[in-house]
Design a protein around this ligand. Structure first.
Ligand code: NDP
Length: 313
């Protein structure tokens, strides 16, 4: 008979690794299903300067490799497969991966994160992390006294623009329509900041790059079809995130944006299944490596306690 694991952690960003480090140190022999491509959003990040204990900064992928080494040291089993289903209808739960491997487990921690949306334009891959960012909190500092664009018209775009305005010489918010999804109060706040300006009804058509990276964007006004090049030193995309929850196939309750809802602390709508990191509805407004790690720790402690109370070996 296939062995029944105490816990399976799904995901390999800071939330997943922190959860597995805690559960391995609690001698629960966790299994972590990392995905085929491990590491999540940090693998697309260059310098991370705000993760405490790295005063000189650290590259995003290096931070992930260190977390991986740390959890391996304590005995976590790492599996590089993509989860396609969790059967919650029977206990123990059955986790199925893309190559039809199945794993039985008494508990699950979901730490699958969310993905920032990108525009998918030509040359985008070349400038990711080098002129093009999806995180002002992470990268604004690198654009001190520079001119940047912020794409989007929702709450995130306004928050990003306000944050950027403290560092940058100018911030131009480019919205594809003249309707802003952002709440009035945050929109007004952004509109009242002198170095933030707004361009409506405008889409980005092309990234303009030279040997130093991004130098501007070609935009088009969707009302009169006029095109123009806007010079800039950097672009921040804030056009939304997609939580990685498709594989749940409606087995767990989600909020209206697709993030996993919690009941008590980090417990999901299914007893014995926990959530942490950016995919959790509790965390969706933070999206920082350190907050993901913190929530991974909380989910591990909740899971450990739950196993103590419910574990019949
Ligand atoms: P939203 O979905 O609210 O807004 C996305 C914005 O990006 C919209 O203006 C949308 O335009 C635009 N957009 C989407 N796709 C494209 C594209 N391909 N090209 C150009 N523009 C595009 O996402 P947010 O991340 O802003 O917010 C997500 C949720 O999180 C919301 O519920 C928000 O209220 C919440 N939030 C709350 C915060 C807070 O309370 N402090 C802070 C940040 C977020 P269009 O309108 O035309 O579709």
């Amino acid at each position: 008979m296939a062995s029944i694991h105490n816990t399976i952690i799904i995901g390999s960003g800071p939330a997943g690794y922190t959860a597995s480090i805690y559960l391995a140190r609690a001698l629960l022999n966790p299994v972590q299903i990392c995905g085929i491509l491990q590491g999540g959003e940090l693998m697309n990040t260059t310098e991370v300067e705000n993760f405490p204990s790295y005063p000189d900064g650290i590259q995003g992928p290096e931070l992930i490799y260190r977390m991986q080494r740390q959890t391996e040291k304590f005995g976590t089993t790492l599996i590089y497969e993509n989860v396609i289903n969790i059967d919650t209808s029977t206990f123990p739960f059955t986790v199925t991966t893309h190559n039809n491997n199945t794993y039985k487990t008494k508990s699950v921690i979901i730490a699958t994160g969310s993905e920032a949306k990108w525009l998918g334009l030509k040359n985008e891959e070349k400038i990711k992390g080098d002129g093009l960012s999806t995180c002002a909190t992470c990268d604004a500092y690198f654009y001190m006294n520079k001119n940047v664009l912020c794409i989007g018209g929702g709450d995130s775009a306004m928050e990003e623009a306000i944050f950027l305005s403290k560092y940058c010489k100018s911030v131009t918010v480019i919205n594809r329509s003249n309707k802003y999804r952002a709440s009035k109060i945050i929109l007004q706040k952004a509109q009242n900041i002198p170095n933030i300006s707004f361009v409506s009804n405008t889409i980005v058509k092309e990234w303009i790059i030279n040997e130093n990276g991004l130098s501007g964007v070609l935009v088009k006004n969707v009302v009169n079809d006029n095109e123009e090049c806007i010079k800039c030193d950097g672009v921040f995309l804030a056009i939304g995130h997609t939580p990685n929850t498709k594989f749940l196939n409606d087995s767990i309750k989600l909020d209206k944006d697709g993030y996993i809802l919690t009941t008590l602390n980090t417990m999901t709508s299914v007893d014995g299944i926990f959530v942490c990191g950016d995919v959790s509805s509790l965390e969706k407004n933070y999206k920082q490596a350190i907050t993901a790690s913190g929530s991974g720790c909380k989910a591990a402690l909740d899971c450990e306690k739950w196993l103590e109370l419910n574990n019949s070996n």
